[in-house]
Design a protein. Structure first.
Length: 263
């Protein structure tokens, strides 16, 4: 089966890219299942009910997230109602929502999805390695197709998790840094890996934010509101081919699509 993982969706520009490009990609790539990291989809930080409904209507099956998941107050109630939105699994017990679950593709095939946050240069949560392994082992009781979103700052932590889950997960795909890396590969035991799937949003920017705002912050070191940029909108991600019977990845390809017109 062909699974598309869409890198961090940033604000309205990112949502526009998904809305206009995903239908064509579904046909072109023969997609069976679509996952997207949407922790920055609402105004550049967080997720709202309206935004989640908009993204699901575009054909996304599951939304993963990261450290910005709690930015919008309504997310707490939304998490109780919408099972297709995942928050990082390794938040301490008591956090609302789920970090791993099984979903069905259009054909009825089961796909397990796990979402974890890294800890290097980020807030200290539960161990992403142990929590991810436990989730993968539990999901494997029902399906062999399992995709892991590791939302982390450090390249080393993402790569280490890829090796740790090699042969257990179908894919370990990195998010958070908004820069697509060129290290996509199949690990020896059948896990597809990429350090960062990239960003879906404005590339005439500094990781999705207006260049002028970011430069002012770096040059003056005073608080500056980072507004979402709006130029050169692109959709980045990774296409993973998985053998349903074994759960092993058979291919991984970087995806880069440019939005030529903004409606």
């Amino acid at each position: 089966m062909n699974i598309l993982f869409i890198g961090d969706i940033v604000g309205r520009p990112g949502r526009d890219a998904v809305k206009q490009l995903l239908p064509g990609l579904k046909k072109k790539l023969g997609l069976d299942f679509v996952i997207a990291n949407a922790e920055n989809a609402a105004g550049g930080s967080g997720i709202t009910r309206k935004v989640s409904e908009e993204l699901f209507a575009c054909g996304i099956d599951v939304l993963t997230s990261g450290d910005h998941i709690w930015k919008k107050p309504e997310i707490f109630e939304l998490m109780k109602e919408e099972q297709r939105i995942l928050r990082p699994l390794n938040f301490p017990p008591g956090a609302p929502g789920r970090g791993a679950s099984i979903f069905k593709s259009g054909s009825g095939a089961k796909v397990g999805v796990v979402n974890v946050n890294g800890r290097v240069f980020m807030e200290a949560l539960e161990c992403p390695f142990r929590t991810a392994m436990a989730a993968v082992e539990e999901l494997a009781k029902e399906t062999k197709v399992i995709i892991v979103d590791i939302h982390a700052e450090a390249t080393s932590e993402k790569m280490a998790l890829g090796w740790y889950l090699d042969g257990r997960a179908s894919a370990v795909l990195g998010t958070h840094t908004h820069i697509q890396t060129a290290d996509e590969k199949l690990l020896p035991r059948g896990t597809a890996y990429i350090t960062d799937a990239g960003m879906t949003g404005p590339y005439d920017s500094v990781i999705g934010r207006r260049k002028e705002d970011v430069l002012e912050r770096f040059l003056t070191q005073v608080p500056v509101r980072f507004e979402v940029a709006d130029g050169d909108i692109q959709l980045h991600g990774a296409l993973v081919g998985v053998d349903e019977a074994s759960g092993k990845a058979v291919s991984i390809t970087r995806v880069q699509e440019k939005l030529l017109t903004v409606k």
